[in-house]
Design a protein around this ligand. Sequence first.
Ligand code: SF4
Length: 452
Amino acid sequence: MRPLPGGQTQLFIGTHLVHEVTSPQAFAMMRERGLKVRFPQRTFATVDHIIPTDSQIRPFADRLAEDMLQELEKNSRDSGITFFDPASGHQGIIHVIGPELGLTQPGSTIACGDSHTATHGAFGAIAFGIGTSQVRDVLASQCLAIARLGVRRIEVTGELGPGVYAKDVILAIIRKLGVNGGVGYAYEYAGPVVDAMDMEERMTLCNMSIEGGARCGYVNPDETTIEYLRGRSHAPEGEAFERAAEYWRAVASDPGADYDEVVQLDGSRIEPSITWGIHPGHNLGVGERIPTPNGVPDDERAGVEEALEYMDLDPGAPIAGTPVDVAFIGSCTNGRISDLREAARVAKTGNVREGVRALVVPGSQEVARQAEAEGLDEVFRNAGFQWREPGCSMCLAMNPDKLIGREICASTSNRNFKGRQGSPTGRTLLMSPAMVAAAAIAGRVVDVREVL
Ligand code: SF4
């Protein structure tokens, strides 16, 4: 790290994660300039966005998906980059496999051509998404020029109630601070609720930092972090692990550290939350009513009117009871084993409502193996959910998993923008995995606390 003449900082990137969508152009630019990957041993690739989830037998039925996979295979092979392809047994969403392989470590810098790289900050890493030209820069030099960020510490106090998860906490934070509230900031999450979270919950929290406008999210490394990393394939071993753990403890923020801002939120007041509109800040507790244009401040009215028109929901009606056509459990926000366990707990209580299409898409091959070893796939299948192969799937719908027409989807993903799930007029309600499973069974939005 060193200051640059323009006032930015040159930052060495410890780990560069690469996937099939944002890398082809970057590799092409490298070839045009005759450049080679500077640190292939610090660069790791996988395929996640375009991969089919019904069958991953090669060649894929989707020719474009097969071509994109082959392109990344070739680029990785030519550059000496480790590629976690479907045959490796370690393929999955890049933000799921990085942590589970132990590539994501405290005190490191991580970049990836994908907005949700903020996920890795859950380990006390500085991790952020970059654009295609920056992917080229990191491939060529392993460095980035970035501006200093402000740091906002967000303390979540108290204790979460039953049926309330990390997804509800981050939705509540975004509701409080706004979708642009984090612009220019890194968010450091702290307080008793965050301290009590396991690593997968912390990843959910950091994952959606970008939805609050922040460049990255961060949680101080602690014993929970260290125990998660112990024994992971790319973590240090034996004595080297103990030495690394000592360093990891030391990178945590000092108790009296100065912050640009400190914000507090009472975790015990957070309800299971749901989005009703067209960005993640448009969310409310399951017991609340959909806003009316007259009931919001003047500067929010136009946005609320636009959202209500697109979503075609009744202003002033309770959000509970909103019918759903599709249920999607997966993504880099909520496609990990603990998410599937919570959803399966709910799936045991009933069957998917007739007419509802319900998909469970594990975040990685490792998550799928673990879920199958625990019999969760059977739980989901018996309840009428489809059990799919790992990938991004309906989070972004760059593969065949798409909404059709005006369908409303209860989704564990992170974005409810217009047309996000593959249909230009499709509608998305973001919520926790347990809430999505409950909605799949009821055929409408329900309070998961009444089910569990
Ligand atoms: S799961 Fe969704 S948000 Fe995450 S990397 Fe894939 S497309 Fe992006």
